[in-house]
Unconditional design. Structure first.
Length: 191
């Protein structure tokens, strides 16, 4: 007897369905891969834009910092140049510095009791102007004579001596004198 295959057309349809399903799955897979590539490309574009913005921002920051460092360096250089100039002239300044200590010690050593200094001016030319008060006329005169005998003092000129206008003082006489001295007293420091 002859065999009848009732599934013959069915098997052919199943084979084409299988290819169609495989084709649909491949199409879906390709669409998914395409979507993933589009998303990845978009992500890379966003990342590239952010990286470019970050690079631009960093370059600007670096330029600003470079300008700040250059200005700070220039400022330090200017300060160094000013300091060097000051140090170069320091020797001259120290050589010309006037030390009034020896003259003040000389005045202090010769001051008699009853003498009070009110004002003292010293200049580099060797002239000191002294004004003060004395309890007696003779004390002021003795003080000026004693100053004139000291080493380094060239001349003492008593400019004026008078009774003070202020009543009730223990030092009624006001005096004023110029003391001419050797400028060596101003040139050397006391140890």
């Amino acid at each position: 007897m002859s065999e009848i295959n009732l599934l013959e057309n069915q098997l052919a349809a199943d084979a084409s369905n299988r290819y169609r399903r495989l084709f649909n799955m491949a199409k879906t897979g390709l669409v998914v891969i395409l979507l993933l590539m589009v998303l990845a490309g978009g992500g890379f574009l966003i990342f590239a834009r952010l990286a470019e913005e970050s690079r631009t921002h960093l370059e600007q920051t670096i330029k600003q910092r470079k300008v700040q460092l250059e200005s700070a360096t220039q400022e330090r250089r200017d300060n160094s140049v000013r300091t060097q100039a000051r140090l170069q002239y320091m020797d001259t300044l120290l050589g010309e510095h006037l030390y009034s200590t020896k003259l003040l010690e000389t005045l202090s050593a010769t001051t008699l009791s009853g003498i009070r200094f009110e004002q003292l001016g010293i200049n580099a030319e060797g002239v000191a102007t002294l004004s003060g008060k004395s309890n007696t006329f003779d004390t002021a005169v003795s003080f000026s004579k004693k100053l004139g005998t000291l080493q380094g003092i060239k001349q003492v000129v008593l400019n004026s001596i008078s009774l003070s206008n202020e009543a009730g003082e223990g030092e009624p006489y006001s005096f004023s004198m110029n003391i001419y001295f050797d400028t060596v007293l101003l040139r050397t420091a006391t140890p």
